[in-house]
Design a binder for this molecule. Structure first.
Ligand code: DGY
Length: 319
């Protein structure tokens, strides 16, 4: 019976559906990532591997799995944790979970955007520490979103969903993307501009690009210096798109008003100084973390594994 290794405790229905299809399921029965040694040992002889974004899928892991491995189904839309060439060389298909997490991630982007713009966490801290002395005309003044400019870097599914929400807030939208987006250009009334033109005009900058060699440190010290000191950065894409050290320096020096971050350069670690800054809102990579979305992702990984093992084209092929 083909074996499937699931590298973490997953919400239903992936394990149940794969088991019902007659596959032998082995699940790493914990919420934390398994150690590399455990992964290398348990992967041996598997036909399918269901991985999380925190697992490095490289030649070493693929070779440890051996020649029976036919598919790596990533439980994420991003797949920067996977060496695609190494998979291609071994005829291992790679799949992801696009579409189902778009709205949840756009919602979380807005949670961070609103929290950073209106200083929600600073206000909460004031209340919890008992240091609020009453209403003040100049206390925790934030950014007025109505009429402000939202700049999106990346206008794929999630970028467009973030933009849709911005219309209700009365924001003007600009975006930088190598390809035009019909929805943004049309009904959402956005304007596509080169990155160099976008950076100086935004009040809120939100990142929605995949992590590739081209997007690594796209927002470095030089790019951050182009942004207005009153602006807010929101990142729900991938941490390494931002040079976190440069971001800490900009926030500390008042060259950027605030940041809302869900992703980090070296997860789960934070850049020195980041957690001490009052003007950042920090979340633990929760973009897709709703009950429904995580169940839909679970259904998709099962669909993809079942398709490949049955010799069919998987619905969400990356390679
Ligand atoms: C993804 O899917 O890539 C997210 O980062 C995790 O859900």
């Amino acid at each position: 019976m083909p074996r499937v290794l699931i590298t973490r405790r997953l919400p239903p229905p992936a394990a149940e559906r794969l088991r019902a299809a007659g596959l032998t399921i082995e699940m790493v029965d914990q919420d934390e990532p398994p150690s590399r040694a455990e992964l290398l040992a348990r992967v041996r002889g598997c036909a399918a591997l269901i991985t999380m974004l925190s697992e490095r899928v490289d030649a070493e892991l693929l070779d440890a799995a051996g020649p029976d491995l036919r598919v790596v189904a990533n439980y994420a839309v991003g797949f920067n944790n996977i060496d695609l060439d190494a998979c291609r060389q071994r005829n291992v298909r790679v799949t992801n979970t696009p579409g189902v997490l778009t709205e949840a991630t756009a919602d979380l982007t807005w949670a961070l955007l609103l929290a950073a713009a209106r200083r929600v966490v600073e206000g909460d801290r004031l209340m919890r520490t008992g240091t609020w002395t009453g209403w003040q005309p100049q206390q925790l003044l934030g950014l007025e979103l109505h009429g402000a400019v939202l700049g999106l870097i990346g206008a794929g599914r999630i970028g467009a969903a973030v933009a849709r929400r911005a219309v209700g807030f009365g924001m003007r939208i600009v975006y930088a993307d190598p390809r035009p987006c019909a929805e943004l250009d049309g009904p959402l009334g956005a304007q596509r501009v080169p990155l160099a033109e976008l950076l100086p005009q935004v009040d809120v900058l939100s990142l929605h690009v995949p992590l590739t060699p081209e997007t690594r440190h796209l927002l470095d010290a030089r790019a951050l210096a182009q942004v207005k000191p009153t602006a807010i950065l929101v990142n729900t894409s991938r941490g390494p798109v931002v040079d976190e050290g440069a971001l800490v320096a900009a926030l500390r020096a008042g060259r950027l008003a605030a940041a809302g971050l869900d992703v980090y350069e070296d997860e789960p670690r934070l850049a020195p100084g980041l957690a001490e800054l009052p003007n950042v809102v920090l979340l633990p990579h929760l973009g897709s973390a709703t009950v429904l979305t995580r169940q839909r992702m679970s259904a998709l990984v099962a669909d993809n594994v079942l398709a490949v093992l049955a010799g069919r084209e998987p619905p969400n092929a990356v390679t």
